[in-house]
Design a protein around this ligand. Structure first.
Ligand code: ARG
Length: 466
């Protein structure tokens, strides 16, 4: 049953791990995606070893050439990953050993603990750039449909009850704000990732004369002025998993935002609302009911947001009871991180595709927003302008609504006499409160949905997206 002792750490063992243990403990099936970062880390590390004289320039060059060849194999899909060798680090080291004798010196003053911490920090920097770009793509698609329907008004909702009229673009701009905050969060995570843990060793650094700042610079762990940023405590550096949690948290919040957007679109695509038509390319049909067109892309968005929250929870729980420093439990930190990255990337692309192919049922929106009740607050403001205290005005308009309901007519079908009976300050021009265009024009303060503000926001977003 037992295998040959493991090459990299097998010295003190007389037998290798059981087949089951290999299957149980391997991580190469998921951490092989770290290969480009692992190779970059090893190149920087060997460059540093040569710089301080622990290996020769010739040995460094042989190691670099070997690592470049391995990277080319990995990228061409020609590299054979072996679960026998546990993880990405030992697979690459072993492959290098077969190519260059100097490979035996590569792991000088390094542990897999600071190695994996370095790989992951490099990975996070790239993953944040990737997601920031995809957020940008989703935002552009939203801006596109907002522009194509810049004149469309819809009822805004609170409690899912019609509240006040807004431009559809104003509603879409709310999505842009949410996504903008998401992008900013990834910028922060990226900055937190920008510290080099290499040189922390397994837990307590090394007795050899390494140059941590040199390695950090090689790998781009530098501040705005190009000064190296290296972690300040070897024990924290190998056991810290804050970044993983921050990244998963940023993904989970993207998920929450996209889920809310999805819920809007699911409602709006229903026969009951019918404000929008979702693209066929992002909908599916029913195997039984021939008439159905289901908003599956948005439903799955809602569903996958649960998964992103689950990944965050997994990471929080994984770390919470661990004594310092590295424990093998920490290998389980990667699947939830990678899953959050991959799913968030797909969610953003699907949102972009759904918005890009969506059309707006303008007549349905116009009918819905024509409801005069949406301007009841404007009617109260009318009284306020006539000097009535707002609470009294609110009460009076409430009474007007009651009269209209009793007569079973829309608010704007009451006569001047009928409303004057409710409050003496209703003049003959009371009815002008229901002129939608005027009502919108009055909402001119910063952040409000009036046409002047809408223009400003279009300009702001367009400038941001170039
Ligand atoms: N595959 C391991 C992980 O992902 C690498 C670190 C292994 N370190 C150790 N001491 N066994 O966590």
């Amino acid at each position: 049953m037992a295998k040959k002792a493991q090459a990299t750490w097998g010295g003190r063992f007389s037998a290798g791990p059981a087949e089951l243990m290999l299957k149980f403990s391997e991580s190469v099936s998921f951490d092989s995606r770290l290969a480009p970062f692992d190779i970059a880390g090893s190149k920087a590390h060997s460059a540093m070893l040569a710089h301080v004289g622990l290996i020769t320039a010739k040995e460094r060059d042989a190691i670099h050439a070997g690592l470049d060849a391995i990277l080319a194999d990995v990228q061409a899909g020609k590299f054979t990953w072996s679960t026998q060798l546990e993880d990405v680090h030992m697979n690459i080291e072993q492959a290098l050993t077969q190519r260059v004798p100097a490979a035996a010196k590569l792991h000088t003053a390094r542990s897999r603990n600071d190695q994996v911490a370095t790989d992951m920090r490099l990975y996070f920097k790239a993953a944040c750039t990737d997601l920031i770009q995809r957020i940008d793509g989703a935002q552009r698609a939203i801006l596109g449909i907002a522009e194509a329907n810049a004149d469309v008004l819809i009822p805004g909702y609170t409690h899912l009850q019609r509240a006040q009229p807004v431009f559809l673009a104003h509603h879409f701009f709310a999505y842009l704000e949410m996504l903008q905050r998401d992008a900013e969060r990834f910028v922060v995570v990226q900055d937190h990732a920008n510290w080099c843990p290499l040189g922390s060793g397994a837990i307590a650094g090394t007795t050899l004369p390494i140059d941590r700042e040199f390695s950090a610079k090689q790998l781009g762990f530098v501040d705005a002025k190009g000064r190296p940023r290296v972690t300040q405590n070897s024990m924290d550096a190998v056991s810290d998993r804050d970044l993983y949690i921050e990244f998963a948290s940023a993904c989970a919040l993207v998920g929450v935002h996209l889920s809310r957007i999805a819920e809007d679109l699911i409602l709006w695509a229903s026969q009951e609302f019918k404000f929008v038509e979702l693209p066929d390319a992002f909908c599916t049909g029913s195997s039984l009911m021939p008439q159905k067109k289901n908003p599956d892309s948005m439903e799955l968005t809602r569903g996958k947001s649960a998964r992103l929250q689950g990944n965050l929870h997994t990471l929080l729980t994984l770390v919470k009871g661990l004594p310092l420093t590295y424990n093998r439990d920490l290998q389980e930190d990667k699947p939830p991180v990678f899953d959050s990255h991959d799913q968030t990337a797909m969610l953003l692309d699907v949102l972009a595709g759904t918005f890009a192919g969506m059309s707006v049922h303008r007549e349905r929106c116009a009918t819905a927003v024509a409801d005069p009740a949406l301007l009841a607050t404007d009617l109260a403001d009318y009284l306020v302008r006539a000097g009535v205290p707002f609470r009294e005005a609110h009460h009076a308009v409430g009474a007007v609504v009651k009269v209209a309901e009793k007569k079973r007519v829309p608010l704007d079908r009451l006569t001047h006499d009928e409303v004057k009976n409710v409050h003496a300050k209703f003049g003959p021009d009371w009815i002008e409160s229901f002129q939608l265009e005027k009502a919108m024009a009055r909402r001119r303060g910063t952040g409000m949905p009036g046409p002047a503000q809408l223009k400003r926001q279009f300009a702001r977003w367009k400038k941001l997206f170039g």
